[in-house]
Design a protein around this ligand. Structure first.
Ligand SMILES: O=C(O)c1ccccc1NCC(=O)[C@H](O)[C@H](O)COP(=O)(O)O
Length: 273
């Protein structure tokens, strides 16, 4: 039986084929080569810090989702991105998937023009075309979901992203997926506590898997942050960064919310050492 992730990916493929008819790969390559160099998301997430005593926040621009429906209208993604940057977000994640999340590459362009913070193009990457597209639109980091890719795709897509100067967030949800991420030499590894095949959220998944990730990698806890207590739980369990969508887009003052999460994370990291 097809999973939620299979259905999403089928729509992503169809939409990508339509874009390919409008913008050829050759044109995208020209645009990517003309773009300003990618910003260093690895450093922004503390990858170069020997102590990693701060919890980094990846703040997501997310209008709707398969699990929750409409979250926020976000008429001006650039304005939201500026609030995220002012609050201290280390990376801004822009969901560009259209059918299920109401995102677009236009959102990525608007956010790129508004902030200097490294940007994650958050999409379901299934083809090298999307990697060129991400770079052409100013992304610095792309998402690879292990559950959706073969080992060959994982390593080929990672290699292409690196050639283009971008970093890769490799998303996992099981022990086996972490092994595959590590085998692909991933250095930013996310554990998504949302099972993308069923949409169940189980925050305990993070603590049970984080310890399997090598110490050199930046460890990202993805999804399910509701409040500072969840941040404390992830940071105490080994997170170097958190990826937060709903709790920011549905909050009246996302800037303050990010500062609150950063403080909660730093306190938990200090307590763990
Ligand atoms: O959010 C969903 O319902 C979803 C469903 C299927 C595939 C992916 C999905 N979300 C992508 C994400 O990973 C989240 O947007 C991200 O981790 C932030 O999650 P949250 O803070 O819980 O909004």
């Amino acid at each position: 039986m097809a999973t939620v992730l299979d259905d999403i990916n089928a729509g992503v493929r169809e939409d990508m084929e339509a874009r390919k008819r409008l913008v050829s790969l050759a044109e995208l390559k020209d645009l990517a080569q003309a773009a300003a160099p990618a910003r260093d998301a690895w450093a922004a997430l503390g990858g170069t810090s020997p102590t990693r005593e701060q919890l980094k926040v990846i703040a997501e621009i997310k209008r709707r989702s398969p699990s929750k429906g409409d979250l926020a209208s976000i008429g001006d993604p650039a304005s939201l991105a500026r609030q995220y940057a002012d609050g201290g977000a280390s990376v801004i994640s822009v969901l560009t998937e259209q059918r299920r999340f109401s995102g677009s590459l236009a959102d990525l362009d608007a956010v790129r023009a508004a902030v200097d913070v490294p940007l994650l193009r958050k999409d379901f990457t299934l083809d090298e075309y999307q990697i060129w597209e991400a770079r052409a639109h100013g992304a610095d980091l792309i998402l690879l979901i292990v559950a959706a890719l073969s080992d060959t795709q994982l390593s080929d897509f990672s290699a292409l992203s690196r050639e283009l100067g971008m970093n890769v967030l490799v998303e996992t949800h099981t022990e086996d997926e972490i092994e595959r991420a590590v085998a692909a030499n991933a250095r930013i590894i996310g554990v998504n506590v949302r099972n993308l095949k069923t949409l169940d959220v189980d925050r305990s998944v993070f603590a049970s898997l984080a310890g399997l990730i090598p110490a050199e990698a930046v460890v990202v806890a993805e999804s399910g942050v509701r409040d500072a207590d969840d941040v404390t739980h992830y940071a105490a369990s080994g997170a170097n960064a958190i990826l937060v969508g709903e709790a920011l887009v549905s909050h009246a003052t996302p800037r303050e919310r990010i500062a609150e999460f950063t403080a909660a994370g730093a306190a938990a990291i200090a307590a763990r050492s």
